[in-house]
Design a protein around this ligand. Structure first.
Ligand SMILES: Cc1ncc(COP(=O)(O)O)c(C=O)c1O
Length: 376
């Protein structure tokens, strides 16, 4: 594998982001196979590279979009459809999962009768004013303890408010189709899912008792990626979700999910090059041509701990790995075991960097970020 990576770096230059499409297809297949009752909406935000959307579209995936631009990235593959077929795809296979949508987006998507989430009364008013054709999904606040990225401090209605938010929606002439939650991204504490499903089931049955015929349960994202050996297996989580859904919800409802990280994280490798080396307070600092403002942005936004592997061998010591910009904040890691004998021009590679990496890369200080290449 190392030989192949080095050959690619030589051919295309660095930093180089290598996207493995067979792996994306495999992750999608595993997700579908492990959760046979669940419709899979890929969360485009995890990596919005157009070729990923194409691969997943061709595999039959549905999509979770956070903005009009993400919607248009999916629309690219529908635009040649006949009107009816296009409308059906959008209605059936796209969810606008951002609980806060700007009025202009709502006006633009109104003609498609989109499925959209909400979690507060002001959003309801906005939807009723600008996009009354929408089908609504009420997002609930659920525990996200121990997840790598927590969600519940910013999103989700308190379960105690759910009844009134559902009633208000119907009173305004809108239709609530279902409930959703997100247990936090890279959720390794499966109790969060158990608790979230229990909360959702309670609200669901209460609403049905009151005559509101909800029919969708959206179990969000959060499905963990095996970044290290401690991460519990996804298949075990899938068994738990299958059993709980069977126990808690009637057969006639649709269960959907919005996996992002799970589909793309393991499908990319980054090769970066050492462009500087210094010893500071006794520690070696390797300066890379990629940093937290570019492909390692996940260190900041995603609380991700990156892995580094060298191509050459040498005596390992604890080193710092930092980015190329003039900002002292641009430190990727202050503690990585790497050979101390690496020099300028040597490369490092980082695995499992497909999610929340190039998606939030900037051009700060004039650095372009990694070149993306695709393995099909
Ligand atoms: C509403 C929503 N759905 C799905 C996702 C994808 O989550 P994950 O990458 O953990 O699967 C996110 C991530 O931020 C999100 O905000």
């Amino acid at each position: 594998m190392k030989k192949r990576l080095l050959a690619l770096a030589e051919r295309h230059g660095t930093p180089l982001f290598i996207l493995d499409h067979p792996k994306i297809r495999k992750n999608y297949r595993i997700f579908k196979k492990s959760l046979p009752r669940v419709q899979c909406y890929y969360a485009v935000k995890a990596n919005s590279n157009q070729e990923i959307i194409k691969t997943l579209f061709e595999s039959g995936s549905s999509f979770d979009v956070a903005s009009y631009n993400e919607f248009m990235q999916v629309y690219e593959y529908l635009k040649h459809f006949e009107e009816k077929e296009k409308d059906f795809f959008i209605w059936d296979k796209i969810i606008f999962s951002n609980t806060i949508k700007d009025p202009e987006t709502l006006r633009k998507i109104k003609r498609y009768k989109p499925l959209v989430t909400y979690d507060n009364v002001d959003e309801l008013k906005k939807i009723s004013q600008h996009c009354e054709t929408a089908g609504l999904v009420l997002r609930l606040k659920v525990p996200d303890t121990g997840s790598q990225v927590e969600m519940s401090s910013k999103f989700g209605a308190e379960p105690g408010e759910a009844d009134s938010l559902i009633r208000k929606a119907f009173d305004m002439g809108l239709v609530v189709e279902g409930l959703s939650f997100h247990v936090g991204s890279q959720c390794t504490n499966f109790d969060n899912y158990t608790a979230a499903l229990a909360i959702t089931s309670e609200v669901f049955h209460e609403a049905r008792k009151k005559g509101y015929s909800l029919k969708i349960v959206d179990i969000g994202g959060g499905f963990p990626v095996p970044y290290d050996k401690q991460v519990p297996r996804f298949e075990k989580l899938a068994q738990l979700i299958n059993a709980e859904c069977q126990r808690l919800f009637p057969e006639d409802i649709e269960i959907i999910a919005e996996p992002g990280r799970f589909i793309v994280a393991t499908a990319a490798t980054l090769i970066s090059a050492i462009i500087g080396k210094a010893r500071r307070d006794g520690k070696i600092f390797y300066y890379l041509n990629d940093g937290v403002y570019q492909t390692f942005s996940g260190v900041v936004y995603d609380h991700w701990i990156p892995n580094f592997h060298s191509f050459g061998r040498g005596k390992n010591e604890v080193c710092a790995v930092v980015g190329p910009t003039c900002d002292s904040f641009d430190k990727v890691s202050l503690s990585v075991e790497l050979p101390g004998n690496l020099g300028i021009g040597d490369c490092l590679y980082t695995e499992n960097i497909g999610a929340y990496s190039i998606a939030s890369s900037t051009k700060f200080n004039g650095f372009d970020g990694a070149r993306v290449i695709h393995i099909y």
